[in-house]
Design a protein around this ligand. Structure first.
Ligand SMILES: *Cc1c(COP(=O)(O)O)cnc(C)c1O
Length: 426
């Protein structure tokens, strides 16, 4: 029965058999992921129970949005899940970069310095901070930046970090996920270690974590281990695929207050901001997020185990522990990238009939190929893959709202590699 529907869907018997074989070796790991999802599911439900989530919280506010009980409850629920004092969760935080921009710019002043002790931050933040010249950057407001790279073995350069912290250092930004850097993703435990060290050097420094792609992968979040602020996007893990827009900032209440003044206006803060009927999607997506994240994680692990078997290097590798949902597969040729992305696209529920083509995306020094067939534009908790067309010809992929879709997408990518003669099944 299963073979038949896969065959009708374009997957050969051999690939179905191979996938089953790979998966038979992953039972224990998947059980562990299910257990994390179970714990996080209860964490989310308990926060909703504690804050007495009710049907009235799904009503739409308009205009100024005063007394939006749904918005206020949502922010309390987020704060509880992250064991933080307060939260700002808004559709007007338009994306992850915007949420990070608010968290940074609200909490530094001219003359202050921002430090990244984990190497270069995410691409878009370079413009926000002014690491590369950009109109409106924090550099234009007299905020300076310093950076300490990770050691060659991936460890923290404690000596270098200590030396970099000075009287101007106001805020330390720590990126959990590797993004498109070749380093490893940081576990929450390692982030906790880093935060403790920084506080031991200068207790009043604000430790902010870019938590993108990391939410619900573990049973604790960086705010559980001393981070002052945690920031992320609602079209990644915590939106559960249902949030159509938005970002969140959780953490210390004085810092969140600054963020609210920066997002709306000094003096107005959290009191304004109509939610226009989006609260239901935010709650419902958050409710699903632990299970959606688990499915995406299974997809990443399945892909690493499938592709490694055929000699493709994967980062993280087939057996490593995971701290975010991103998977890189080094395909070694432009043809490989095209075939992989073609398969991901073909297996999508939306735009399955189009074929991804490499194109010269602004800001990249080579063509980039992208595959995504998403219900929400640009949503990367939905199954998507992309990568720049230069050696080692690696695709980065993530997401899948359900494990079965992630699995199907990866099988289809593999099938396309086989069809293109890039993988030989014996
Ligand atoms: C996605 C991401 C961002 C920014 O997100 P956008 O929503 O695309 O603006 C920032 N940091 C990391 C690590 C990310 O993965």
């Amino acid at each position: 029965m299963k073979e038949k529907i896969y065959e009708e869907s374009g997957i050969s018997k051999e690939v179905v058999k191979l996938s089953d074989d790979v998966l038979s070796g992953l039972k224990e790991r998947f059980d562990k992921i299910d257990e994390i999802a179970e714990i996080n599911q209860l964490k989310v439900i308990n926060a909703m129970r504690k804050n007495k989530l009710a049907a009235e919280h799904f009503e739409a506010s308009t205009g100024y949005g005063y007394d939006d009980a749904g918005r206020e409850t949502l922010e309390k629920v987020y704060a509880d899940i992250f064991h933080a004092e307060d939260a700002l969760v808004r559709p007007t935080l338009t994306c992850g970069t915007h949420a990070l921009t608010i968290a940074l710019s609200a909490n530094v002043r001219p003359g202050d310095e921002i430090l990244s002790p984990v190497g270069k931050p995410y691409d878009t933040l370079e413009g926000v901070i002014g690491i590369r010249p950009q109109k409106g950057s924090l550099a234009e407001y007299g905020v300076t930046y310093s950076q300490v790279d990770l050691l060659p073995d991936g460890g923290f350069d404690f000596e270098g970090i200590k030396n970099a912290i000075n009287e101007k250092t106001k805020l330390v930004t720590i990126q959990r996920s590797k993004g498109y850097e070749p380093r490893k993703t940081l576990s929450v435990e390692r982030i906790g270690e880093l935060v403790s060290f920084i506080k031991s050097v200068k207790p009043e420094v604000i430790c902010m974590v870019d938590n993108c792609y990391g939410e619900f992968v573990e049973i604790i979040e960086p705010t559980d281990l001393g981070a002052d602020l945690c920031v992320g996007s609602l079209i990644k893990n915590p939106g559960g695929g249902l949030a159509p827009i938005g970002g969140y900032i959780v953490g210390r209440s004085d810092l969140i207050e600054n963020c609210a003044y920066r997002l709306t206006a000094p003096g107005l803060g959290k009191e304004v901001g109509a939610t226009l009927g989006l609260n239901r999607s935010f709650f419902q997506g958050l409710f699903l997020a632990p299970v959606v994240t688990a499915g995406a994680l299974k997809g990443a692990i399945f892909a690493a185990n499938l592709y490694e078997r055929f000699g493709f290097e994967c980062v993280p590798n087939a057996t490593e522990e995971r701290f975010d949902i991103i998977q890189a597969v080094k395909l070694g040729s432009p043809e490989g990238m095209n075939a992989f992305c073609k398969g991901i696209q073909e297996a999508a529920p939306v735009d399955s009939y189009v074929t991804p083509e490499p194109w010269p995306m602004p800001g990249y020094h080579s063509d980039v190929i992208m595959a995504a067939g998403a219900f929400i534009q640009g949503s990367s908790i939905e199954l998507s893959a992309d990568g720049p067309l230069y050696p080692p010809y690696a695709v980065y992929f993530q997401g899948g709202l359900t494990w079965y879709h992630a699995k199907f997408g990866i099988m289809m990518s593999f099938q396309e590699m086989v069809n293109a003669g890039l993988i030989k099944l014996k």
